[in-house]
Design a protein around this ligand. Sequence first.
Ligand SMILES: [Zn+2]
Length: 143
Amino acid sequence: MAMGYSDAVMDHFINPRNVGKMENADGVGKVGNARCGDIMKIYLRVEDSIITDVKFNTFGCASAIATSSMATELIKGKPIDDALALTNQAVVDALDGLPSVKIHCSVLAEEAIKAAVKDYYDRHGIEYDPALFAGLGKEHEEE
Ligand SMILES: [Zn+2]
């Protein structure tokens, strides 16, 4: 198996869930990383503070697509505030792990969701602690 991807990663890469665009989304988040050129866009539909639908559009490596897919599955149907608590580690765990050189791709999924939630808060005039989004928009070139 190339790069030691788990069956769950391969499944979500070959059959990604929630792929597509969304018209009139309530929140949109777009992030990218320079390392493998992944670009991830996430769309949220929110009704009564519940995420009723999620779509994603990702151009990137297998890990980026698999983590986007799993991340959308994990936040669908959840309260919007809970989406902020989703960590890249939770996504990696749900995928039964990722090769260590690919962990930065899962960070992108976490950030895309955070960016979409922030966009939702901004558009709807919902107050939030800016510290929640302090790390957003930074490139992940460390390590
Ligand atoms: Zn990647």
